[in-house]
Design a protein around this ligand. Structure first.
Ligand SMILES: C[S@@+](CC[C@H](N)C(=O)[O-])C[C@H]1O[C@@H](n2cnc3c(N)ncnc32)[C@H](O)[C@@H]1O
Ligand code: SF4
Length: 491
């Protein structure tokens, strides 16, 4: 088993086989395109983010992250958070199946790294606060970095305790930190944070929110000054902090944040949070998108966040955490860095091909005069249309026009197909999920669900099976809007 590589259910014996298995068709490997990253990003920054699934949308098609639940304690209370330590079935931040000691966590990371060659990042995102529960965070990072020096370390914090540990964070080579900052206004903060605990005292209301905000700004400044890439998370809470998010985006950009992740409040009475119990709703997809669009020109936005659990394992959008619970870990774990190195090598060549194919398709699409089109794709990784429609638990939505193909968002849907049989209720849920998206690209679909989708006004196309996402979407756009004299690709 030492050389087996698995990706999204595929198991292959070598890097070459992995390429073939994922590619099916599409481009052959070549060395065209540029490995330097996006034109507007310094090469040294690209080197830090190119394999980080949260910091690069492109990377999230190839690389996996894992969180270990070593930091249960928290120094503030957020009205949207209820941490659960033994919960297997809720998929939201702050929830884990089991808390781990640093030693258990290190054993788990080594076991996952040996099984999942896509693993590139270890994050500590609670379930409490990684900077407040610092001793355990640091012990875990120390153990893991000694055994797995190629795995990037990152952490997530509300910022209150973080200034006390910035120098240790830098010394440990943690070059990605997520700070949650929900508002610049302490009056608004008082409606989100009932209390904060700082320097041995509990502070409530505007006083607590003022202390928290000052420490968050200090954390951001200190991290940026030391060259750490900062992602700012903001939870969008309609009627409470939404009006201030555009200004917040402007300010964190001015202070040097690398990314801003405006994410929807998850609120359900069953979660037992204060907001869930008082009926505070989360934003609709349209409300979230409107704020994100209004932020254009400000800090770059992360739009591919899956708001994962504090013990998530795998590619974003898949959670393999239950495969790696403590009871399933071998007593003695050994690493296989060769497998990860081979995988990264393969990804580098794949990315070159994908970029070259995207650039060629873009040139062809530039002639088209047509309004933008939204296209959903079914993918299980690798940047390709390689998933059966009935196996998709989420759809990735792109917008295409003559200027190019842009990732917009993902939309979750229940898996309607179990054992090859469609279920009408779940198909109806998929149709609701895809509201406003007229086309889906997938690897395969049965005739019955295709007809039902068509009756709902959504065309599902499997003619681009195994192709890279962007070139396929460009080709479709061109086909739909082909100038009459040029003809078009056929789908
Ligand atoms: C569980 S926290 C752990 C890290 C740290 N304590 C913090 O708050 O940044 C991870 C992220 O989940 C977010 N989060 C927690 N509960 C949420 C909810 N109900 N809806 C949306 N985001 C939530 C937090 O705001 C934070 O950005
Ligand atoms: S700071 Fe993080 S862990 Fe603490 S209550 Fe808020 S969301 Fe939960």
């Amino acid at each position: 088993m030492a050389n087996i590589i698995s990706l999204g259910g595929l198991q292959v014996a070598s890097r070459e086989d992995l390429g073939k298995a994922l590619a099916g068709g599409g481009c052959a490997s070549s060395s065209c395109g540029s490995a330097e990253g996006p034109a507007d990003m310094a090469p040294e920054t690209w080197a830090k983010v190119k394999d980080h699934p949260c910091y690069s949308e492109e990377a999230h098609h190839y690389f996996a992250r894992m969180h270990v639940a070593v930091a249960p304690a928290c120094n503030i209370q957020c009205n949207y958070c209820n941490r659960k330590y033994d919960c297997a079935n809720e998929s939201r931040p702050g929830v884990v199946s089991e808390r781990l000691t640093p030693e258990q966590a290190a054993r788990k990371v080594i076991a996952v790294a040996a099984e999942v060659p896509q693993l590139s990042v270890l994050g500590i995102a609670g379930p409490g606060d990684a900077a407040y529960d610092w001793r355990k965070t640091k012990a875990t990072f120390d153990l893991v970095s000694r055994r797995l020096p190629d795995i990037k370390l990152c952490l997530s914090s509300n910022g209150l305790a973080l200034p006390d540990h910035v120098d240790e964070i830098v010394a440990m080579n943690v070059d990605h930190v997520t700070l949650t900052i929900n508002t610049l206004d302490p009056e608004v903060g008082a409606r989100i944070y009932p209390w904060v605990f700082h320097r041995g005292r509990r502070h409530t209301g505007v006083e607590g929110a003022t202390i928290l905000l000052a420490r968050q700004m200090q954390s951001l400044d200190m991290l940026v000054a030391r060259g750490v890439l900062v992602k700012v998370n903001s939870v969008m809470i309609p009627g409470i902090n939404d009006a201030g998010l555009i200004e917040l985006n402007r300010v964190v950009k001015a202070k040097g944040a690398f990314l801003h992740n405006i994410m929807p409040l998850i609120s359900d009475p069953a979660h037992g949070t204060q907001f869930g119990l008082t009926g505070q709703r989360g934003p609709s997809a349209a409300e979230l998108r409107a704020v994100q669009e209004a932020c254009s020109g400000g800090a770059n936005l992360m739009k591919h966040c899956r708001q994962c659990r504090a013990d998530a394992v795998g590619l974003l959008g898949e959670d393999r955490g239950q495969e790696f619970t403590l009871d399933k870990l071998p007593e003695v774990v050994s690493d296989d860095p060769e497998k990860r190195a081979a995988y990264r090598d393969w990804v580098a060549r794949e990315r070159e091909d994908r970029r070259a194919a995207t650039a060629a398709a873009q040139v062809a699409a530039e002639v088209v005069e047509a309004p933008p089109l939204l296209v959903a794709v079914c993918t299980k990784g690798g940047g390709r249309i390689n998933q059966h429609f009935g196996h998709a638990t989420e759809f990735q939505v792109y917008e295409v026009d003559r200027t190019g193909v842009r990732f917009v968002t993902h939309r979750r849907a229940d898996n309607y197909c179990v054992g090859g049989h469609g279920d009408d209720d779940t198909l109806a849920e998929v149709i609701r999920t895809l509201d406003g998206v007229p086309v889906v690209l997938c690897a395969r679909i049965g005739e019955a669900p295709r007809a039902k989708m068509a009756a709902a006004g959504i065309e599902v196309i499997d003619a681009y099976a195994q192709d890279y996402l962007e070139p396929a979407i460009s080709a479709l756009f061109r086909l739909r809007n082909a100038p009459s004299d040029t003809g078009a690709l056929s789908a």
